[in-house]
Design a protein around this ligand. Structure first.
Ligand code: URA
Length: 216
C-alpha cells in the first residue's frame, strides 16, 4: 500500500532541484503534484500559476477552487485523485508552455503516470490533452470523447480556468465530471452493454471509444 507513495516520494526528491530548462531560474517552487498515490484517476493540468509557484502545490488558485467544486459535485475530493501538470515550473506571466519545455519536462509526468498507474487520465485543456494523446488537435474537437492509451482511459476536458473567462463552460465541465463518475462507478470498463467486458488495460489503444462505452 505504501509502495507507490514511497516511490513517488523518492522520485520527487530526485527531481525537485531540476535545472534542465530555463524555468528553474524564475520559479519559486517546483510543483511536483499532489494527491493519492493509489488513485485510479489522475488529472493533468498545464503548468503551475502564481499561487502554485508560491505554495509548491498544484491547483491552489482560482482554477483549483473550480476543480474542487467539480470534484465535490461527483462526491470526490483530492484524496481520491492525483493531480499533476505537464510542466513542473511556472512559465513567467503564465505564458503558454513552449514546445522545448514540454519536451524536457514530459518524462517526469510519464514517470508519475507509470508509478501511480491510474485507470483513467483526465486531461485538463489543450496542452495536457495534446501531450497525452500525442496529437496536434485542439481540445474543442476532442472533448466529449473517450480514448484509450496504454490501457488507460483518457478523457479530455476543458481546463477549469476556462470558466473564469466563459462562465457557461461550467455546465460542460459538470457534464464531463458526471461522465467521469459513471466510468469510475462501473469500474472503468468499456462495454457496459454486455456486462462482461475486458478491463481497459486489455483494450488496444484507440482513437475514440465513446461509442463502445455506450454510456453517453
Ligand atoms: N493551472 C494548471 O494547469 N495547473 C495548476 O497547477 C494551476 C493552474
Amino acid at each position: 500500500m505504501e509502495e507507490k507513495r514511497e516511490r513517488l516520494k523518492q522520485f520527487f526528491l530526485e527531481i525537485k532541484e531540476c535545472r534542465k530548462c530555463g524555468l528553474h531560474s524564475t520559479r519559486n517552487k517546483f510543483v511536483f503534484g499532489s494527491g493519492n498515490a493509489e488513485a485510479d484517476i489522475m488529472f493533468v493540468g498545464e503548468a503551475p500559476g502564481k499561487n502554485e509557484d508560491l505554495q509548491g502545490l498544484p491547483f491552489v488558485g482560482r482554477a483549483g477552487s473550480i476543480l474542487d467544486t467539480l470534484l465535490a459535485s461527483i462526491d470526490m475530493t483530492r484524496n481520491d485523485i492525483f493531480i499533476a501538470n505537464v510542466l513542473k515550473c511556472r512559465p513567467p506571466g503564465n505564458r503558454d508552455p513552449q514546445a522545448e519545455e514540454v519536451s524536457i519536462c514530459k518524462d517526469y509526468l510519464f514517470s508519475q503516470i507509470r508509478i501511480i498507474d491510474p485507470r483513467m487520465i483526465c486531461t485538463l485543456g489543450k496542452h495536457s490533452t495534446q501531450l497525452i494523446l500525442d496529437t496536434k488537435q485542439g481540445i474543442t474537437g476532442l472533448r466529449g470523447k473517450v480514448f484509450t492509451r496504454d490501457g488507460r482511459l483518457v478523457i479530455p476536458i476543458n481546463h477549469p480556468a476556462a470558466v473564469l473567462y466563459t462562465p457557461s463552460r461550467m455546465e460542460t465541465l459538470r457534464q464531463d465530471f458526471s461522465r467521469i463518475k459513471k466510468l469510475a462507478d462501473c469500474g472503468y470498463v468499456i462495454d457496459p452493454g454486455t456486462g462482461e467486458k475486458p478491463a481497459p488495460k486489455e483494450v488496444p489503444d484507440s482513437e475514440d471509444v465513446s461509442e463502445q462505452l455506450g454510456l453517453f
